[in-house]
Design a binder for this molecule. Structure first.
Ligand code: 4FV
Length: 252
């Protein structure tokens, strides 16, 4: 999979993709990441890439021409490339969107700065707008890194075993169950016995229950859209029943 990143700060991308899993994925040729400096496409003598907003107002706006030239050069190499603009006004990024993007072969990621890009760049060149969250960053670069990480780990061969991506939380829109590893006892806090029982159906049942309890407590919105199996439905009923009993017990 290929990622072409259009940015005014290409050096920001040097270290995050040198380490660990993504670094190895690049070495293995599973992903290619290319940074393209938008300023190289500003043909005015001072390579100006931003200007004051028409109609006045604070801040600067990224000019359409350098963005247009940069995207047209990449699209001339691969017309099938899918162009994404990272912006707080975009669709909220999530695991489902990451999965969709992981089936594409070439993504162009446009990183905005200042107050954003000229509207005509959006209208003429952007296929999809994505936000990583309802907060304002100084630039789209970190958002692009988040997207590249979440998408790349879904590609075959990037994670140790592809299975772990299949078991990702959010895909079946439940939060992960609690994880434990050695030591068995830490300052008097030990590991649930079932996890050492070797009884795999009991372990998977415990994990389902814990994932449901945690999702109910922390992200009931996810539970509302989760496709639960009959067993999970039953487990959830029991959990709700328990919490009802606990609540009714409070009054005594
Ligand atoms: C952002 C986000 C984000 C807005 C102004 C860059 C900044 C500046 N991108 N998800 N949240 N972008 O805050 O994607 O141009």
């Amino acid at each position: 999979m290929r990622f072409d990143i259009l940015t005014l700060f290409p050096d920001m991308f040097s270290s995050p993709f040198r380490e660990s899993i993504l670094g190895k994925a690049i070495e293995k040729g599973l992903i290619q990441i290319r940074t393209i400096n938008i300023r190289d496409f500003a043909l005015n003598k001072h390579q100006v890439v931003d200007d004051t907003p028409y109609g006045g107002g604070q801040g600067m706006v990224m000019k359409v021409e350098p963005i247009a030239r940069a995207i047209e050069v990449v699209k001339s190499q691969d017309p099938s490339a899918w162009t994404i603009y990272l912006t707080p006004q975009g669709k909220q990024f999530n695991q489902e969107i990451a999965l969709t993007f992981s089936s594409k072969s070439h993504l162009i990621l446009l990183c905005g700065r200042y107050e954003g890009i000229d509207e005509r760049a959006r209208e003429l060149f952007i296929d999809e707008e994505i936000s990583i969250g309802d907060y304002v960053l100084t630039g789209g670069e970190l958002a692009a890194m988040v997207l590249i990480d979440a998408v790349s780990r879904l590609l075959p061969g990037v994670l140790g075993s592809d299975r772990s991506a299949e078991e990702d939380s959010f895909l079946n829109s439940l939060l992960e169950y609690p994880q434990y590893t050695r030591p068995f006892d830490f300052r008097g806090s030990s590991v649930p016995d079932v996890l050492l029982s070797g009884n795999h159906s009991a372990i998977s049942l415990w994990r389902r229950r814990e994932a449901l309890k945690r999702t109910l407590a922390r992200r009931p919105d996810l539970l509302a859209k989760a496709r639960l199996s009959n067993e999970e439905q039953r487990l959830l009923e029991a959990i709700l029943q328990e919490s009802r009993v606990d609540k009714s017990g409070d009054g005594v």
